[in-house]
Design a binder for this molecule. Structure first.
Ligand code: C5P
Length: 309
């Protein structure tokens, strides 16, 4: 006797913060944010396959340093979706990992969002992006954004997401200095190193209520509050930024709480040249990709007959 098992494949892109303002600390210990986030075409790939048993999740990853137990945000996402849907299933999830961890590129959060999207399709739940984001926000601050990708203004702790259209494409050079920065530590460092919270500018207030933007509008506004806070302990981040600008980047910035610094380029050749020059330093990893242009994509895999019994 044979049965078929259904599978989907979801591509989970990295993100960069084109603007990241860290505002006041909230009673729950988190900080309110104002961020303009954009996906880039550096992607993890998740394959989710239903098994014929109801033995829960088996998670695997091609990168040995990625935990495959309850610490992985994908495991938490799967548990939450199944709990909310009132289902118990057998599920294999495999992650092909391309986004560096601890890099400020949201890889773990994107994987979690991809798992929610994949399960929504696989189990025929019919949840809207907002319903998926409600599950995602309990997993991590960056997860809701990925359910409204490719570009959005994100506020609150990360749960208030307003998608917007950023017209045109750019090339992005991502430079990882070769060490991670722990998010919690970076927030503590930022909170301890400043005397007051700088209010949001009028320009950002205007972006909050717009539905479309151009790169020419965004580039002069690019900033990240973590840069100043991390400068005394991580001087190399400022050096990488200066090197990217010297290579002709329109703008260069730390992403999230680091440690990846990225440069925005109009031209592919200049981006490739910057990658090789700035990435030449030992320990650094540099890559070039385009900015993302669509939502996270989910496709059904052909069913595979499995012998049973
Ligand atoms: O959301 P995530 O679990 O990645 O956050 C890790 C830590 O970073 C939190 O425990 C908190 O200390 C800090 N954080 C914050 N404000 C945010 C997001 C994160 O203070 N909006």
């Amino acid at each position: 006797m044979v049965t078929t098992n259904k599978a989907v494949r979801v591509f989970a892109p990295a993100k960069v913060n084109l603007i990241l303002r860290v505002l006041d600390r909230r009673p729950d210990g988190y900080h309110n944010l104002w961020s303009l986030m954009q996906t880039v075409e550096l992607v993890d790939e998740l394959q989710l396959r239903l098994r014929s048993d109801s033995g829960g999740l088996k998670l695997s990853c091609d990168e040995a340093t990625v935990p495959t137990d309850g610490r992985n945000l994908v495991a938490r996402a799967v548990a939450l979706v199944l709990e909310r849907a009132g289902l118990s299933v057998g599920l294999d999830v495999h992650i092909a990992k391309r986004i560096p961890m601890g890099g400020g590129l949201g890889g773990g959060s994107s994987d979690a969002a991809a798992a929610i999207i994949g399960l929504n399709r696989l189990l025929g739940l019919g949840w809207s992006a907002s319903e998926m984001a409600a599950v995602g926000q309990t997993i991590g601050s960056d997860v809701p954004f990925f359910l409204f990708a490719p570009c959005a203004v994100v506020r609150g702790r990360g749960e208030a997401v307003s998608p917007l259209g950023l017209t045109g494409k750019r090339w992005v050079v991502l430079v990882n200095p070769g060490f991670p920065i722990e998010t919690r530590w970076a927030y503590e460092r930022l909170a301890g190193s400043r005397k007051a919270v700088r209010p949001l500018s009028e320009a950002l207030g205007r972006i909050s209520v717009t539905s479309a933007l151009s790169w020419d509008n965004v580039i002069p506004l690019m900033e990240n509050d973590f840069e100043e806070a991390l400068a005394p302990t991580h001087g190399v981040l400022g050096s990488i930024k200066a090197e990217l600008m010297a290579q002709g980047a329109e703008a260069a910035l730390l992403s999230g709480s680091g440690a990846t610094v990225f440069g925005i380029f109009r031209d592919e050749d200049a981006a490739m040249c910057a990658q090789s020059v700035v990435g030449r330093v030992e320990g650094r990893r540099a890559s070039v990709c385009r900015t993302g242009s669509g939502p996270l994509s989910c496709s059904e895999e052909p069913s595979r007959p499995l012998p049973v019994g």
